[in-house]
Design a protein around this ligand. Structure first.
Ligand code: ATP
Length: 295
C-alpha cells in the first residue's frame, strides 16, 4: 500500500505545484493585466520542429491598439543559433518572448517556426516545443533533486544527473549537507538568485524542447555567479535554437547574433565585434554598462 501511496502522493504534489508554477509564470510574464483569448484554430495542426528556425516577418504588436510596442520587426533566428535581444528597459524584449509563446496574437505580420505560422498550430504543441528559463524561478518546499526533476517528473535518474552536470550544479549540490536530498524552502536551504537560475536551466534541459528562451534576471549577480550561469547557458543551448533576453551585455558577447531593440524597432543586428565596430546604439549601451561595472 505504501508503495502505491508514495508515487500517488508525489503525483498530487506535482499537479498542485504545476498549477501554482503556471500562475507564477503568468505573473512573471506580466500577463494578468490583459486577459488574452488565445485558442486553437479549428483546423490547427501539430507543430513540427525538424530544424528549429524562428522567423518574425514584419511583426507589429501593441498591448493596446493605440499604443504600438513592436513596430515592423523582421528577423530570423537560424536553427541551432543563440540569439540575444538587448535594448533599454521597456524596449520590448520580453514582449518578443511572450509573442513567440503565443500569450498574445500579433496585430500584423507573421511569426513562423520552421515555416509554420504559430497561429496555425495547436497551442499545446507550440508550448511543448519551447522551454523558458524565467527571470525569477519558483522553488518548492521539497528536495533540490525534486525541484530539478520538476522539468520532467518522469525523467530517469541518469537524465537528472546529466541536467545537474550541464547546469553546473554539481559543486553546489556536493557542498550541501544532504546533497541533492537537501530540502529547499522556508525551513530548509536558502538558494541564491544565481543558483535558482541554474536550477531553472536544469529543468529546461529535462523538458527536452528544441527551442529555449532565457529571460535573464535584471538584478546584478556577482561575477562568479554570472560566470556559472553563462557556462550553464552555453552548454545547455548547444544543439538548440535559443533566444536570450539579456540585461547584462557581458553574458551574451559570444551570441551568434545580437538584436538591438530601440522603442520596439530593430535598429541593429550582428555579432558583438561587428556591433562595436559599427559604433552605434549597441556600442553606446556597451560603454554605459562597462562604466557602471567599474568600481
Ligand atoms: P525590461 O528590460 O525592463 O524587462 P523589456 O524591453 O523586456 O523591458 P517589455 O516588458 O517587453 O520590455 O515591455 C515593453 C513595453 O510594453 C513597456 O512599455 C511596458 O510597459 C509595456 N507592457 C508590458 N507588458 C504589458 C501589459 N501586459 N499590458 C500593457 N503594457 C505592457
Amino acid at each position: 500500500m505504501i508503495q502505491l501511496f508514495i508515487p500517488l502522493n508525489f503525483l498530487g504534489f506535482v499537479y498542485r505545484e504545476m498549477r501554482r508554477a503556471l500562475t507564477d509564470l503568468e505573473n512573471m510574464l506580466g500577463l494578468l493585466q490583459r486577459e488574452p483569448r488565445i485558442e486553437d484554430a479549428a483546423d490547427a495542426r501539430e507543430l513540427s520542429v525538424p530544424e528549429g528556425e524562428i522567423r518574425f516577418h514584419d511583426v507589429s504588436f501593441g498591448y493596446h491598439r493605440d499604443r504600438p510596442i513592436l513596430k515592423g520587426l523582421d528577423f530570423t533566428v537560424q536553427a541551432g543559433h543563440r540569439v540575444a535581444i538587448v535594448g533599454a528597459s521597456g524596449a520590448g524584449k520580453s514582449t518578443i518572448a511572450r509573442l513567440l509563446y503565443r500569450f498574445y496574437d500579433i496585430d500584423d505580420g507573421r511569426i513562423t517556426i520552421d515555416g509554420q505560422d504559430i497561429r496555425d498550430v495547436t497551442l499545446d504543441s507550440l508550448r511543448r516545443a519551447i522551454a523558458i528559463v524565467p527571470q525569477d524561478t519558483v522553488l518548492f518546499n521539497t528536495s533540490i533533486r525534486e525541484n530539478i526533476a520538476y522539468g520532467n517528473p518522469s525523467a530517469p535518474d541518469e537524465a537528472i544527473d546529466r541536467a545537474i552536470r550541464m547546469a553546473h550544479l554539481e559543486d553546489f549540490i556536493a557542498a550541501l549537507p544532504q546533497g541533492d536530498q537537501t530540502l529547499v524552502g522556508e525551513r530548509g536551504l536558502k538558494v541564491s538568485g544565481g543558483e535558482k537560475q541554474r536550477i531553472a536551466i536544469a529543468r529546461v534541459l529535462l523538458k527536452g524542447a528544441p527551442i529555449l528562451i532565457f529571460d535573464e534576471a535584471t538584478s546584478a549577480l556577482d561575477s562568479r555567479a554570472e560566470a556559472a550561469i553563462v557556462a550553464a547557458m552555453r552548454e545547455v543551448s548547444s544543439g538548440h535554437t535559443s533566444l536570450v533576453i539579456a540585461h547584462r551585455l557581458s553574458t551574451i558577447v559570444d551570441a551568434d547574433t545580437i538584436l538591438v531593440l530601440d522603442e520596439g524597432r530593430l535598429v541593429e543586428q550582428g555579432s558583438h565585434e561587428a556591433l562595436l565596430a559599427h559604433d552605434g546604439r549597441y556600442a553606446q549601451l556597451w560603454r554605459l554598462q562597462q562604466q557602471s561595472a567599474e568600481p
